[in-house]
Design a protein around this ligand. Structure first.
Ligand code: UDP
Length: 235
């Protein structure tokens, strides 16, 4: 696959056109941001780790029947994915209280839920990705009712698969963010990434944080945590 002009540069990835109108190449960067871009930094090696971890997990999900945008890993940092139009919703699934959930509802982190929760925010940096419910998403025509139903079902399925996978490698999957897209032929697929940037991972025994919270909260050993997660996932 030939890399052509850059189509887009986001906070953590660049996207390039290819000779195939149905495919693009994503290139993962080491740049890290938090708090809607207010905090900026670099996590050395992050791009390669997030690329490889995302591709591994996307292939696992495909095997379990979840359609994804993954096509082919090209190199350490670069992957061919199906070109999609992103549904402008960030989907967050939680198994344990943490982050904005704990803050919003005034509870401590670490409460294990009886059943996973799901929430949506409107993917819009200018507005700070505001939380919304599905009736708001429908009013704003961000997705159709059928798409919202499919996104919910896929998100809970993804949680089941990932929770079990991470349990096996000694990690509690606390919460994560998903994005979905529509391919040129109208199919809804899982897109974006699944990585320590977009998930909270706690060591099952020590409860040590092995994710981007180490960067957000200045906990140190950020690179080590990303490397440890790659080791546990890829073996
Ligand atoms: N998350 C993300 N991108 C965002 C917001 C959240 O990937 O723009 C992930 C985050 O890493 C965590 C989960 O979604 O795994 C839930 O995040 P939360 O709503 O608690 O927000 P935060 O505390 O990160 O602001």
């Amino acid at each position: 696959m030939e890399k052509r002009e850059q189509l887009y540069e986001g906070k953590a990835k660049k996207v390039f056109a290819t000779e195939n109108p149905d495919c693009v190449i994503v290139s993962y960067k080491d740049d890290a941001t938090a708090f809607n871009g207010l905090k900026k930094g670099t996590i050395t090696g992050k791009g390669a780790i997030n690329n490889r971890v995302t591709n591994y997990l996307m292939q696992l999900l495909e095997k379990e029947g979840v359609p994804t945008h993954f096509v082919e890993e090209l190199s350490d940092r670069e992957t061919v994915v199906k070109k999609v139009s992103i549904v402008p919703l960030e989907v967050i699934v939680r198994n344990i209280s943490a982050g904005s959930f704990a803050k919003r509802y005034g509870v401590e982190e670490g409460i294990v839920f009886d059943a996973p929760t799901i929430e949506f925010s409107y993917k819009n940096d200018d507005l700070g990705d505001p939380l919304l419910n599905t009736s708001h998403a429908l009013a704003l025509k961000l997705a159709t009712p059928a798409e919202i139903d499919a996104i919910k079902a896929m998100s809970f399925k993804i949680n089941d698969v990932l929770k079990a996978f991470f349990k096996n490698v000694g990690v509690d999957l606390v919460d994560f963010k998903l994005e979905f897209g529509k391919t040129n032929d109208g199919k809804l697929v899982l897109a974006d990434e699944i990585s320590p940037d977009t998930c909270r991972f706690w060591d099952s025994k020590t409860h040590e944080k092995l994710d981007k919270d180490r960067f957000r909260r200045d906990l140190g050993n950020v690179e080590d945590a990303y490397a440890e997660m790659m080791k546990r996932i890829l073996g």
